[in-house]
Design a protein around this ligand. Sequence first.
Ligand code: GLN
Length: 553
Amino acid sequence: MKKKKNIKYIFVVGGIMSGIGKGISASSIATILTHYGYRVNNMKIDPYLNVDAGNMNPTEHGEVFVLSSGLETDQDMGNYERFLNRDLSHHDYITSGMVYQTVIERERSLKYNGKCVEAIPHVVDEIRRRIEDSALRLDNDVQVVEIGGTLGDYQNLLFLETARQMHLDMPESVTFVLVSYLPFPKSIGEVKTRPTQNAVRMLNSYGINPSVVIARSEGLIDQKRREKIARACNVPKGNIIPAPDVKSIYDVPINFDKAKIASVLIKELSLQKRKTTGVLKRWKQISRNIQNNKKNPVRIAIVGKYFETGSYMLSDSYVSVIEAVRFSCACSNTRPEISWLSAKKFENRTAAKHLEDLQNYDGVIIPGGFGSRGVPGKLAVIRHAREYGIPVLGICYGMQLMVVEYMRNVCGKRSANSLEIDPKTRHDVITIMEDQHEKLADGQYGGSMRLGAYTAHIVKETLLHSLYGVDKVDERHRHRYEVNDAYVDEFEENGLHVSARSRGGLVEAVELSEETHPFFVGTQYHPEFTARPFFPNPVFTGFIRAALNKRVV
Ligand code: GLN
């Protein structure tokens, strides 16, 4: 084992309820500490038994974020990468499923020397090994560990127990941040602190006391409430960090910095003071650009199917796409107005009217997806956008459907389809990748797609080439199907060009020339996963520019 450097650990836990910004808090803490000169790493622990996030339904769990290594993870990992401005590794993500799998495999191969294998110590030791492994990989000073779920969940108890033990062994190097919510019931007219007090009590019952409480609330909390929480929760008043709702998540590091969270953590962890790096200055600028309110917005429609849950529409399934749009808008001096259009709308009796309404948008994105639901609607949208010159960006499934639509409506192959939708189609213009047959026949669905970063070689003199300005680019993938090479000549002769291929020859991108269409680009890869606040993805930037031009006309 590597020699242990004195790394500091900040465990971020959530009280009261989920969805209050624990991930953004963890990302913001990391950003701020980077500003104060420390090398920081983020990691996420998800308590579910899935080995990774790959097989989870995005409507229930949100986006599956793919790391460059190919690991399918939780959407919070995307936030960490965007806030830290670097790639994270697969060591930085843990699920209970992964932990148990390792422990059980070890037991099966007699690595526990005949001992009875138990949650404590064996599972806890494996969790700790993984946390330390992640922290020690790079030359980090601070490791920010977000424990998924909410206090009181049965599933994350062993993670909290691991954190407690780490604190016991290294009291000067381990600290806890509780992100809690303070409700403001309108009928009472006052912010209530009691749920947060109860959350701290629960944490205390696990042998842990937070050193910082991030008080999430609708508005700013007053001194009186801060004092109340401090007193009841055994935390100094200065360690209660107010965190009111914000217009943009990119304001959170700035707000936390104003509340002096860095000096609190530096003191709690006995960190040596360092020279600041200026990260927050750039951050302020980017946050201002992202919220650009001066100009008219660019109107973007995302046509998908993973946002309806009951009577609510959630955008969580496409977070990285939304953020990628935001960054490209920020650098193009505009801001997006994003609309969610359910693909279903374009399939029923009123489809024609909805297609006509597409003129109200400056650009359309067809994001990734799986299965046949919503496909006819997406095909109708692609056709309309192609015929009426609306800028359209197809990502992964979106790109595959662009090819299907083109083969059907331009090349005249009416039965052209993806094998994913119609396994018996006469024209499988989108076919299954060679190595996938066996995997599917064996029922191997977990982590078995073409995943992670692969190099796309860009064809010179294409729109894509002019966007990237380089001959090759590493982008992230997540798919089982691919464009069938047998049809490439035919659609190319009819005007749809292949603009990038992998080293093995797989079609990575297609486009119509700019003379034919202002922006008709599809990528087999997901450009949204590499878009960062300071480094927008060129494909999105090209799309936004084309959308802006459409509006001006
Ligand atoms: N369902 C398609 C495939 O597996 C596309 C996947 C995606 O959009 N991520 O190839």
